[in-house]
Design a protein around this ligand. Structure first.
Ligand code: NAD
Length: 336
């Protein structure tokens, strides 16, 4: 039994706290919101995880020192817009060599840094790993079979993360491609917005399949150019996560996209979904990365047009369908 902490008690942090507790670890979970700590401690349920009981053994706290002190593993589970600020807050409590596994997904718009890069910048003494894959909390928390990939700079570290999380209903693979894993996990949210928009417009299943297929081409071209491995984009954190995010009603990015496709503005859609819609933040960053690495990203570009430049969703579909004709290839150098 190890002492572990989960930083962030959203749906994913809470689900992973339960999983780690069930794996026999002593779990402390931290939230930035005192009312949330009170509610989770007293009621033993999360409002976004109906029917899921939070075991008594999990301790909740708003005290960061308590959450970070003498832990064999720290899970960083705050939504990506809070990753840097939370890392800054905990940095002073983290000893050299501390293992931190980031489970959030996103890219910082100003710096274009992945989340593990941000954590490493704020907490240089830590060893940062990632865990990602097609894993909606709503299903994991009910013990439904799920697979993920643990990525780290060394196989030893990736296997340590694997050992913490692996369970009969939660299978964890290992990888050394941290960058590829993080890029797949964050860029798929932008494609999920596109898939939702297409659903909202009533485009049908053919369009959905096209967006998933051409979406992974965009993600892989950009990701490989940045140094990610092609095979990672064909794996759980790449096409796997993209499929589930584009197909599932658990995906807040897809749900927001559906509303936009039905005529809501971006802000109206975000308000209605009531949760952080990370694809909206990653969309601008993805476009900037495309410019930086000279990779053409037609779907991501149209999502940006719809979100930030008042292009109608219907026009965006026509733009994509009427692009210059091309051949089907993953080749980066084709870049169309
Ligand atoms: N939900 C899932 O199924 C799932 C699965 C895999 C990965 N993820 C990723 O995990 C991350 C967290 O997702 P989630 O679904 O738990 O998000 P969420 O929307 O449920 O998170 C909301 C939580 O954020 C925290 N928070 C709010 N304000 C904060 C602040 N100022 N500082 C720090 N924390 C604050 C609070 O604990 C709040 O409950 C995201 O990056 C998401 O992409 C989610």
């Amino acid at each position: 039994m190890a002492n572990v902490s989960v930083i962030g008690t959203g749906t994913w942090g809470t689900t992973l706290a339960i999983l780690l507790h069930e794996n026999g670890h002593h779990v402390v979970a931290w939230s930035a919101i005192p009312e949330e700590v009170k509610m989770l401690s007293e009621q033993r349920k999360h409002e976004s995880l109906p029917g899921v009981h939070i075991p008594e053994g999990i301790q909740f706290t708003e005290n960061l020192e308590e959450a970070c002190k003498e832990k064999e593993l720290i899970v960083m589970a705050v939504p990506s817009i809070f990753t840097r600020v939370t890392s800054k807050k905990i940095a002073g409590f983290i000893p050299a060599g501390q293992l931190i596994v980031n489970v959030a997904k996103g890219i910082e718009e100003d710096t274009l840094m992945t989340l593990s890069e941000q954590i490493e910048q704020e907490i240089p003494q830590a060893n940062v790993a990632v865990l990602s894959g097609p894993s909606h909390a709503e299903e994991v928390s009910k013990g439904m079979p799920t697979t993920c990939v643990a990525g780290a700079k060394t196989m030893e570290m990736a296997e340590t993360v694997q050992n913490f999380f692996m369970a009969p209903t939660f299978r964890v693979y290992t990888s050394l491609d941290v960058l590829g894993i993080e890029l797949g996990g964050s860029l798929k949210n932008v494609i999920a917005l596109a898939a939702g928009i297409a659903d909202g417009l009533g485009c049908g299943d053919n369009a959905k399949a096209a967006l998933i297929t051409r979406g992974i081409v965009e993600i892989a071209r950009l990701g490989c150019e940045m140094g990610g491995k092609f095979e990672t984009f064909c794996g759980l954190s790449g096409i796997g996560d993209l499929i589930v995010t584009c197909a599932s009603m658990h995906s807040r990015n897809r749900r927001a996209g559906i509303l936009i496709g039905k005529g809501y503005t971006m802000q109206e859609a975000m308000d209605e979904v009531h949760m952080v819609v990370e694809g909206v933040y990653s969309a601008k960053a993805a476009l900037k990365l495309g410019e930086k690495y000279h990779v053409t990203l037609p779907i991501i570009q149209e999502v940006n047009e719809v979100l930030f430049h008042n292009r109608s969703a219907r026009e965006a579909v026509f733009d994509l369908m009427l692009r210059e004709r091309t051949t089907e290839s993953f080749s980066l150098h084709l870049n169309k």
